[in-house]
Design a protein around this ligand. Structure first.
Ligand code: BGC
Length: 747
């Protein structure tokens, strides 16, 4: 239960301000009084807290009380690489700089809080919001997220880390009950949040829509008080996801501070009139409200709102765009490059065919609350034109037929009805899905005439693409997902590429076996149908406004790829542990939608922890990515510093003839642990830049945390004495250097 203490925030100004407030004024601060604002207290000079989405940009503004965009011509901001793209850079410095861009732009757009970053774990490749999230691994997610947070907040804007917790699927996201045991909770799903809040010092946190072990996140006392406040000593603001609050007294006492929603009846929100009544009739002590207000005022102090020293931001500057090009460039992952087909040489390919809808598709708009209005967006086709200049003739064909166009660009009004459950009937991914063999899964909604038309269109586009491929020297295929699939509110219904892409790729590979294939997706996606036949494959998640240019620069060698996969790509969906255990998609027909549960029965065996431990070989492993050069690892040394802290050093040499960056990864194996544990776990990484022939020493420090596991019986992390292996490699499936250490201290 809530402890009726004195204010935990020890600041005289905050205490005095609260003492001067009426109950009504306090209540006005703890609920939305506009779609992205609370009320503020004009009389005392307390400003409303101004919030904005989202992870990839400062979203355009809405009217206070209508999902109607305003001032569109002032909203042309920078558009950052997505969370998954930033994670694919494995570059904390770039993540930090990208965060600085977001913070500076939010500041310039008059915001106090930016609703970002999203850091839920990729549990299934089908989660529609994986592109916003970062990785299947808590360590990588924690490091990238913390860097973004520090970057944003260095510009006097608060982040709001989301969605706490276990929002690992969009299907039934409003009500799904995530049933989970403590070890998986503490080892997989909470660590990135803990790091974001404690190391990153995130000033606010968004609680998710779903339930956790039977209780909505917004009223989950264990999550919002016992873990967040008591264990982690968190003193930031807990903001509800928009419409995630379902009760007054339980949510107020559980630790939710600020209720936001998507509807316009602000005075009727649970934390509005009903909360005032609950205070007046003694169900909620006024000190609980004071505590919430104190945290909101503390956030405002932290962003220097009243000190006159708050920084000044800027948006859409050339400086920002340049930095985002760098980040986009490092987010591209080279998966296959037989016979060094890449990089292409403009002198050897005077006529280039660019085929695939993604090549020409702007992706900023749509996809939910991460939609953006960037000043510009360079598509891959534009980028290829920019890079090849007068050397090549570039011709384009869409290749496949996008039959759900209305879902790709998004509808600005979607959020008004977003609290309605997303059921299968409405799923944007149901239309015209195509299976791996290219046959139609389910026909496009509509009559048989629609099907015939769509079949004819597909044939025509395919023939056009084949003819273009024949007439050109090289083909660059640019396909994958779009904002109908990388989207909030829905999960994909299939692991496969949508539309008839496999059919098109297959036909084109027959004409040009060396075709370069570039796939864009926010999650792992099924590359198996063409992987063996293809020679050159690149992957990237949405890489922001400069994504198309970065891709082109990579294909033509101005950028040497250095991204590494932030997730494993299973051969087939049934290999993924959320699926092989039958836990997802939680479709029990005997259970009403709002009662559905999702049991995380795979426990800690998520992503590579499952694939490697259980010998299920993925098509591409976590941490994998090629370069145009090669690297050699040597001289592993491990020095014990003190208190179970180790300094791990090794050398990396660029043995090729172009400069390149390598992500060196450190994994730990517990050899003698008394409980089952993953074969390897990522516990450190560093990215090193090397000229041809250059060698550098890398040092990664690990402490006891790297050797600990969460013990259900002792309700805490334990570091058991015994033998541990430290492995260094270029990927989770390519561990090159290894050494055992013995940990003696029992914890
Ligand atoms: C999303 C949040 C977003 C909020 C405000 C919700 O639908 O889940 O991530 O920040 O809306 O737009």
């Amino acid at each position: 239960m809530y402890k009726n203490n004195n204010l935990s925030v020890d600041n005289q100004w905050i205490k005095d301000t609260i003492a001067a407030m009426t109950l009504d004024e306090k209540i006005g601060l703890v609920h939305g009084n506009a779609l992205f604002k609370n009320k503020g207290v004009d009389r005392l000079g307390i400003e409303p807290l101004i919030m904005s989405d989202g992870p990839m940009s400062v979203r355009f503004d809405f009217k206070d009380d209508e999902w109607f965009p305003i001032d569109r011509d002032m909203c042309y901001v920078s558009w950052l690489p997505s969370g998954a793209a930033l994670a694919a850079t494995w570059n904390t410095e770039l993540a930090n700089k990208s965060g600085q861009v977001l913070g500076s732009e939010a500041l310039a757009r008059g915001k106090h809080v930016i609703l970002a970053p999203g850091i839920n774990i990729h549990r299934t490749p089908l989660c529609g919001r994986n592109f916003e999230y970062m990785s299947e691994d808590p360590y990588l997610t924690g490091k990238i997220a913390t860097s973004v947070i520090k970057g944003v907040q260095s510009n006097d804007v608060a982040v709001c880390v989301k969605h706490f917790a276990l929002n690992n699927q969009e299907k039934y996201r409003m009500t799904i009950d995530a049933k989970i045991e403590d070890r998986a909770l503490y080892e997989i799903y909470l660590p990135a949040f803990k790091e974001a809040l404690t190391e990153g010092n995130a000033y606010s946190l968004m609680c998710s829509y779903n339930k956790i072990n039977g209780t909505y996140a917004s009223e989950n006392h264990r999550l919002l008080t016992e873990i967040l406040r008591d264990e982690w000593n968190y003193d930031g603001v807990v903001i509800s996801d928009w419409g995630a609050v379902h009760s007054t007294v339980p949510s107020a006492l559980a630790g939710c501070d600020l209720e936001m929603s998507v509807t316009y009846n602000f005075d009727d929100y649970f934390f509005a009139k009903p909360l005032k009544e609950a205070v007046l009739n003694g169900e909620v002590p006024e000190s609980v409200i004071d505590e919430k207000v104190a945290r909101i005022l503390l956030l405002q102090k932290r962003i220097k709102l009243y000190e006159g020293t708050r920084k000044r931001g800027e948006y859409s500057t050339t400086k920002h765009h340049q930095l985002l090009l760098e980040a986009a460039g490092e987010s591209i992952v080279l998966l296959k490059n037989d016979r060094n087909i890449l990089p292409l040489d403009t002198k050897k390919c005077p006529k280039i065919a660019v085929i695939g809808d993604v090549a020409k598709r702007p992706l900023a708009c749509g996809g939910g609350s991460s939609e953006a209005t960037p000043l510009f967006e360079i598509t891959p086709l534009m980028g290829i034109n920019m890079v090849t200049g007068s050397h090549c003739i570039v011709k384009y064909a869409p290749g496949y037929y996008v039959d759900n166009e209305e879902h790709v660009t998004g509808d600005v009004d979607w959020q008004a009805t977003s609290l309605d459950a997303c059921d299968d009937e409405d799923s944007v991914t149901d239309t015209d899905a195509v299976t791996a063999d290219g046959t139609l899964n389910s026909p496009a909604k509509g009559n048989s005439k629609g099907i015939i038309n769509s079949k004819a269109k597909k044939e025509a586009l395919l023939n056009e693409a084949i003819n273009l491929a024949k007439e050109c020297d090289v083909v660059i295929y640019v396909g994958g997902l779009n904002r109908a699939y990388d989207t909030e509110g829905f999960d994909r219904t299939s692991y496969d590429l949508p539309y008839n892409q496999y059919e098109v790729i297959d036909a084109l590979l027959k004409v040009k076996p060396d075709m370069v294939i570039s796939i864009l997706s926010g999650s792992a996606i099924n590359l198996s149908p063409f992987n063996d036949k293809a020679s050159a494959i690149l992957w990237n998640s949405m890489a922001g406004m400069q994504g198309g240019l970065a891709l082109a620069q990579t294909i033509f060698g101005d950028i040497n790829p250095s991204g590494k996969l932030p997730v494993s790509f299973p051969v087939q969906l049934s290999d993924c542990s959320a699926h092989s255990t039958g836990s997802y998609p939680c479709d029990d027909p005997n259970v009403a939608d709002d009662q559905k549960t999702c049991t995380y029965s795979e426990g800690i065996y998520v992503g590579y922890r499952h694939y490697i431990t259980n010998n299920v070989k993925p098509l591409y492993s976590f941490g994998y990515g090629l370069s145009y050069t090669s690297f050699e690892y040597s001289d592993l040394n491990i020095n014990e510093l003190n208190n179970n802290e180790y300094e791990v050093s090794f050398k990396v040499k660029n043995t090729g003839d172009v400069s390149g960056k390598e992500v060196c990864q450190l994994y730990v194996t517990a050899n003698e642990r008394t409980v089952d544990s993953p074969a390897i776990e990522l516990k450190g990484f560093t990215k090193v830049n090397l000229n041809p022939g250059e060698q550098k020493e890398c040092i990664i420090t690990v402490n006891k945390d790297a050797f600990s596991y969460y013990s259900e019986s002792s309700h805490g992390f334990i570091c058991e004495p015994g033998s541990y292996t430290i492995s260094i490699g270029s990927s989770s499936d390519k561990l090159i250097l290894r050494k055992d250490i013995n940990i003696s201290v029992n914890d």
